[in-house]
Design a protein around this ligand. Structure first.
Ligand code: CAA
Length: 522
């Protein structure tokens, strides 16, 4: 992977930097203080093509790759993190899902206006009870034949009221959980769609946020985006792309604060020498530069994966966002500290960058959510405990019929609920059915089975077609050794034994008697 800037990227970075210095910088303080959306300069960015960077020219975009896109969001955010988020929300959370999931008709209708910046896009997912737990959507969309009727509200929506086109998630079937969420394209001006008042925020103050209010809002039938019930996927994948933009925004904040601090440390003299000669400070800068560079590589790699068309960038995007936002917060805190009083007053933008950096650790998924996604990549999304619905059988005869429906090897495994005689019966069943034999840790410790028979975290791992757990309580450590099994059968006198939660079918009763019956009929 070579992430050296190309001639084209350098030229675009220089173009956007010059624009930001000339048009955005002089009015930043005023807009930030007054919490006013920077419509004039966002429109100018659109006229220059920078509101449709990664979309094909035939849809009104610039046709750039996502690597160049994140480099430019980073550049814009160096001067104005508020513009950074406005630009990236418009691209990743509104235009990208319409371009990716929309029908050709929807793409032709919306993308050229969005990509040219004639219209601004926004994203409606967050609700009072659906923040990090995004699947808890309460906004509903009812199918009314020739239109959808939306009711509910969204909160903390960036660009609310200013934006023209909104990608909004709503429940179309509550009984289906996240598979009952659908995505809609909602336009400002549709009947029943209004906005709350702007929130008063700590940072990125000129990126306005407000509520979206849906009161019997009629959305045309053809504005369903992608398929009914696929809205959560639309939202999650859009957020993966969005997280690259937020990472780029954070990186811009970190880099600009860092560069300003380097300049200051070279010139600011205390105790007769420049601050740069103080190791406590210069070593901190060395650490920060290393972290910024590392975060940049993670971001560019994730953008490169998107450009390569990799189907799942969620983990790489989460790593990029986590690294970039963490280093943005750390760098801005140090930048203010090393500038002393000059860092704290508003003449320099450093106190603003410090306030702006904080939101990058929160929106489009908190740092904790990034760790959930990354750890899901390490340990699997199945980290959630999956409780099966066990079917309780009436007798050994019924079990025989179930076993006949599941051909393949059987592992007969016993626990402390069995006696030595019970273990003998298990071994006979294993021989009779040509299957294997196993035991729980408790049974081994009680001397009922040998060490090498033990199944579980500290023993063997088995994955037979059928695992029959007899007299085994079903502790987590045991389940770890047999979770790859096909059909799991639990036989236990205690119907509350945890093994039933991991089993597909079960028999409740005296295990030794059930084994006798099985020996007789199998
Ligand atoms: N891509 C595709 N599918 C995905 C996915 C992804 N990145 N992440 C999850 N899914 C799918 C899963 O495969 C799963 O599918 P099935 O049901 O078919 O198996 C389904 O979604 C549910 O997955 P999980 O069980 O993992 O989902 P969960 O409910 O536990 O939530 C979460 C996971 C990562 C915490 C998610 O809810 C999340 O990202 N939360 C944070 C929300 C967020 O970022 N909000 C930001 C709001 S917008 C904003 O901030 C904009 C702004 O202001 C600028």
């Amino acid at each position: 992977m070579n992430f050296d800037y190309t001639e084209e990227q350098l030229a675009l970075k220089a173009q956007i930097r010059a624009f930001c210095e000339k048009e955005i910088k002089p009015e930043m303080r005023r807009l930030e203080d007054a919490q006013v959306y920077p419509l004039r300069t966002i429109k100018m960015l659109g006229e220059m093509g920078f509101m449709g960077m990664p979309f094909p020219k035939e849809y009104g975009g610039m046709g750039l790759d996502y690597l160049t896109y994140v480099m430019l969001v980073e550049e814009i955010s160096k001067i104005s993190p508020s513009h950074g988020v406005a630009v990236q929300t418009h691209h990743a959370l509104a235009t990208w899902p319409i371009f990716t999931y929309g029908t050709e008709e929807q793409k032709r209708k919306y993308v050229p206006d969005l990509a040219s910046g004639r219209k601004i896009g926004a994203f409606g997912l967050t609700e009072p009870n659906a923040g990090t737990d995004a699947a808890m959507q309460q906004t509903v969309a009812e199918d009314k034949g020739d239109y959808w009727l939306l009711n509910g509200s969204k909160m903390f929506i960036s660009g609310a009221g200013v934006a023209d086109v909104y990608v909004v998630m709503a429940m179309t079937d509550k009984s289906k959980g996240n598979h009952g969420i659908s995505a809609f394209i909602v336009e400002k001006g549709m009947p029943g769609f209004s906005f709350g008042t702007n929130e008063d925020k700590l940072g990125i103050r000129s990126s306005t946020v407000a509520e979206l209010l849906f009161n019997n809002c009629r959305v045309p039938k053809e504005n369903l985006l992608y398929e009914e019930g696929k809205g959560f996927k639309v939202a999650m994948t859009a957020l993966d792309v969005g997280r690259l933009g937020i990472a780029a925004q954070a990186l811009g904040i970190a880099q600009e604060s860092f560069d300003m601090t380097v300049r200051y440390m070279k010139h600011r003299e205390q105790f007769g020498k420049p601050l740069s000669s103080l190791q406590a400070l210069s070593f901190t800068m060395a650490e920060l530069e290393t972290k910024i560079e590392g975060a940049r590589f993670l971001l560019y790699r994730a953008a490169d994966h998107l450009d390569q068309g990799k189907s799942d960038i969620s983990v790489t995007a989460a790593k990029a966002k986590l690294a970039c936002s963490t280093v943005a917060m750390e760098t801005t805190l140090k930048a203010v500290q090393f500038h002393g009083g000059y860092g704290y007053i508003k003449d320099l933008p450093l106190e603003r960058y410090m306030r702006d950096a904080k939101i990058t650790e929160i929106y489009e998924g908190t740092s904790e959510v990034m760790k959930m996604v990354i750890s899901g990549g390490i340990f699997g999304r199945g980290a959630k405990h999956e409780e099966k619905q066990v079917r309780i059988l009436k007798d050994a005869g019924e079990l025989k019929a179930v076993l006949a429906e599941h051909p393949g090897d059987i592992c007969w495994s016993g626990g402390r609920g069995l006696t030595t005689a019970g273990f003998e019966k298990l071994k006979q069943l294993a021989e009779k059915t040509g299957g294997g034999f196993g035991a729980s840790r408790g049974a081994v410790r009680a001397g009922l089975a040998k060490e090498e028979d033990q199944v579980g975290l500290t023993g063997r791992t088995v994955a037979p077609a059928v695992y029959v757990a007899v007299g085994i309580s079903g502790m987590t450590q045991h389940l770890a050794g047999m979770k790859g099994s096909g059909l799991v059968v639990a036989i236990n006198r205690n119907p509350q034994a945890p093994i039933f939660a991991a089993a597909d079918v079960g028999l409740v009763g005296d295990a030794e008697e059930i084994l006798d019956e099985l020996l007789a009929i199998l």
